[in-house]
Design a protein around this ligand. Structure first.
Ligand code: DGP
Length: 114
């Protein structure tokens, strides 16, 4: 856990969030500022700053993120489609420096995103 990291605090249950998925190493919860009818955040429980900081030994963790997304898509019946977004770094607008993926669904999602 990294001090002052809001997502580490959510993973440690020090800050509450609407948890929608949990496994040994992955957590998902509702975004506090939803940009779509369904807006979930899938995070690693351990602190990783961003996708650049993934290590070779994180391959199973990355696989487990995929399994979480698959399970959430089924749970939320997102048969019509959904979008996964990872903002990495300042230019992409990453505001929380803890690896996370946005899952957006429930409305038409324009392409390319802004
Ligand atoms: P990004 O800009 O890609 O780093 O996305 C960070 C997201 O995290 C943003 O959509 C808002 C969300 N967020 C920030 N703080 C909290 C919080 O305390 N709780 C929850 N549930 N979401 C948060």
């Amino acid at each position: 856990m990294t001090a002052d990291c809001i997502f580490c605090k959510i993973a440690a249950e020090e800050i509450s969030a609407k948890i929608v998925y949990e496994s040994e190493d992955v957590l998902a919860f509702e975004d506090i500022n939803p940009e779509a009818p369904v807006h979930l955040l899938i995070i690693t429980k351990k602190h990783i700053k961003n996708i650049i900081e993934l290590a070779d030994y994180d391959s199973e963790l990355f696989h487990n993120i995929g399994l979480a997304i698959k399970k959430l898509a089924a749970d939320y019946q997102l048969d019509n489609g959904f979008r996964i977004v990872n903002n990495c770094g300042i230019a992409a607008g990453q505001s929380v420096n803890h690896l996370h993926f946005h899952l957006l669904a429930g409305r038409d999602l324009i392409w390319p995103p802004g």
